[in-house]
Design a protein around this ligand. Structure first.
Ligand SMILES: Nc1nc2c(ncn2[C@@H]2O[C@H](COP(=O)(O)OP(=O)(O)OP(=O)(O)O)[C@@H](O)[C@H]2O)c(=O)[nH]1
Length: 648
């Protein structure tokens, strides 16, 4: 049996595996979805699932507690057809599959029947790592409830508490649910006691599932339907929908994911983007099932995507309101995320700047939490200064640029944003996120560094080691709360600059992986800040310049000069490698002069008879020369330069 929808001749590009185009009419074979037929004549493929039978929910949890695996099981249980069979289906990006982590929230509309009633369940799988919590907060704006997943062997971790607080703040219904109960070392009783002690849920309220084996997942779906309220919002009102995600697709252009709050929107209709007042026409709209699947109409309470005649990625704004006319009030939108770490991104080959510019603007559409400004460097040419939510976020952005957009890039070493009050304008603080903007010390009244409110959750036996590390990183206002479950929650204020690089790894090492960290911005505090510059025979290498707390300057200076000495080719003259703060040298290495003999490797000269090998080496050197950077008299090969940046 077939349901017909109308006017979709532009949709051939998005032909879905389950759908086919027949004599100009879009036909949907509902039985293929495991979706029973009932009632005829509904032009909407969503077939009038009444609003009270819609549930919009996210799965939230600490990293690795099994959100994506559970999402797989929900797709399976609801007979959702997949375009290919693979684990962690909702992790669509190459970077996610390679790293085994979710970095991008993904939504899927599922159809399910329970007690003879048809339900439309809109699920959003969210990331767990603290760097991507902006994705979680955006996803929650499209939901009425969440499944708070807790690993039955690990128990509550820092991000469990943070996500619980976020869902509570958003007024969402929370279903606490223990996962991985199939693990031999799972301890549901201990974890239930922990959840009760920390979050106040009774043991009976906490569900127990295994996303891996499927045990308990049907009961979980029942709880979703019974405990999470349906969406509200009148179909009769003017259209009001929240854009909560956007991305760019090569053949389709800009795709916006929306949650319709009021009214409805249909194929071919015109709508207004509230922030720009620009009018667009809907070229396609649909649901993620879990691939983009066109429908004719989206109504209040539903989640889906729209494609329209947007010319540039810049026109789509996450948090914007899609509305029928100017009289409709804008929705609350989202607080812009606060960048925690800044770094320069440059094309390896300076002539690729325009291509990099395009690649970045497309990727920004998919990751609105990155802030970007153009900048230039004497060693690297034209590039961008980018703000990220953390180091993992920065690394994922780099990998996505390389993998999804074929960009060859260099990222300079990261720095946190400092603030400064200058004598010429003593009433105002200016933020410095780029070492090149560092002011002359004689003009400075005071500096401030960013701090975070950190929460570290761990079994009590690891408290000593973790406290020691925190103290060595200048932690203050330490406060401990002992939980009934044998865990302790350590709260403190930490300078952001002390945790962005290796703090997380160190914490995991000290606690055998048991301590978890969560943090949020907590303003700025007064600090003594130094700019460390690096010089080759007196000439600065600007891409290596960094800003650090004064107590760390010497250590950074020593590490980078040593690395420069190790990787720099010897020149025909002696080279002084210096690290300086102001006019003062804080670290120095000397590279002795030598007449370079390319035919010598590791001190051994290549055998005289091997002419081809000699030729090859000389050609290689010629090739390498093209990629040499010149700092004053000193030539620095690209490879050497990249190694230093990677290690600085
Ligand atoms: N034994 C067992 N392993 C599970 C279960 N659920 C997930 N896992 C494993 O736990 C690891 C993490 O699972 P994911 O589903 O990627 O976790 P996640 O919460 O989505 O991870 P992030 O999105 O990166 O935070 C994987 O190795 C899964 O195979 C389960 O129910 N039982």
């Amino acid at each position: 049996m077939l349901i017909s929808a109308c006017g979709l001749n532009r949709l051939t590009l998005t032909l879905h595996a389950h759908a086919r185009l027949c004599e100009g009419i879009w036909l949907y074979e509902s039985s293929m979805l495991g979706w029973p037929m009932s009632g005829a004549g509904d032009v909407n493929y969503l077939r009038g699932v009444p609003q009270e039978n819609i549930r919009n929910f996210s799965i939230i949890a600490h990293i690795d507690h099994g959100k994506s695996t559970l999402s797989d099981r929900l797709l399976q249980l609801t007979n959702t057809k997949l375009s290919e069979q693979r684990d962690q289906y909702m992790d669509k990006l190459q970077v996610e599959r390679e790293r085994g982590i979710t970095v991008k929230a993904q939504s899927a509309s599922l159809f399910y029947q329970q007690d003879g009633k048809d339900y439309l369940l809109n699920l959003i799988d969210t990331p767990g790592h603290v760097d991507f919590s902006y994705e979680v907060s955006r996803s929650l704006a499209a939901c009425e409830g969440v499944i708070l997943l807790i690993d039955a062997s690990q128990g509550i971790e820092a991000q469990t508490l943070a996500n619980h607080a976020l869902a509570t703040k958003n007024g969402l219904k929370i279903i606490p649910c223990m996962n991985k109960i199939d693990l031999p070392h799972a301890d549901p009783d201990r974890v239930a006691a922990q959840v009760h002690a920390a979050l106040g849920y009774a043991k009976e309220e906490i569900l127990q599932v295994s996303g891996k084996t499927g045990v308990g997942v049907e009961e979980l779906l029942r709880a979703v339907i019974e405990r999470i309220p349906p969406p509200t919002g009148s179909l009769q009102n003017g259209l009001r929908a929240l854009v909560f995600d956007t991305w760019y697709e090569t053949f389709k252009g800009v795709v916006s994911l929306i949650r319709v709050m009021e009214g409805q929107i249909a194929h071919g209709e015109k709508f207004l983007m509230k922030s720009t007042d620009k009018t667009y026409e809907v070229h396609e709209l649909g649901i993620m099932h879990p691939e983009a699947t066109p429908v004719t109409r989206l109504q209040a309470g539903q989640v889906g995507y729209i494609l329209c005649n947007m010319k540039s990625p810049a026109e789509a704004r996450v948090g914007d309101t899609v509305c029928s006319d100017a009289s409709v009030e804008a929705l609350k939108g989202f607080q812009p995320p606060v960048p925690m770490v800044f770094a320069g991104i440059y094309p390896i080959d300076a002539s690729d700047f325009d291509a990099l510019n395009k690649a970045i603007s497309k990727l920004l559409l998919n990751d609105t939490s990155v802030s970007i400004f153009k900048e230039s460097s004497n060693a690297l040419g034209l590039g961008f200064r980018c703000g990220f939510l953390g180091l993992l976020h920065m690394d994922v952005f780099r990998q996505r640029l390389e993998q999804e957009h074929n960009a060859d890039i260099i990222i300079t070493n990261p720095t946190v944003p400092f603030r400064v009050r200058l004598k010429k304008n003593p009433k105002e603080f200016v933020t410095i996120s780029n070492p090149s903007d560092f002011p002359d010390q004689s003009q400075v009244i005071e500096f401030e560094e960013p701090v975070v409110k950190a929460s570290l959750l761990m079994p009590t036996e690891h408290l000593g080691g973790v406290m020691e590390l925190c103290t060595s990183r200048r932690a203050r206002d330490l406060d401990m709360v002992y939980l009934d479950s044998g865990q302790v929650l350590l709260k403190c204020i930490l300078p952001l600059g002390e945790i962005v690089i290796d703090f997380y790894d160190k914490i995991k090492g000290i606690s055998a992986g048991y301590a978890s960290l969560e943090y949020e911005p907590a303003g700025f505090q007064q600090a003594q800040i130094s700019k460390v510059t690096f010089h080759l025979n007196g000439k600065p290498v600007d891409a290596l310049t960094t800003i650090v707390h004064h107590t760390n300057a010497e250590q950074v200076g020593r590490r980078v000069t040593e690395k420069l000495k190790e990787v720099l080719d010897r020149q025909q003259f002696e080279v002084a490698v210096q690290a300086m703060v102001g006019g003062r040298v804080i670290a120095r290495e000397t590279i002795k002069a030598v007449r370079k003999n390319v035919l010598s490797r590791s001190g051994k000269t290549v055998g005289g008879g091997d002419v081809t090998r000699k030729k090859k080496l000389l050609e290689k050197q010629k090739e390498g020369k093209k990629k040499m950077k010149r700092i004053g008299d000193v030539e620095l090969s690209q490879d050497a330069f990249l190694t230093v940046i990677d290690n600085s």
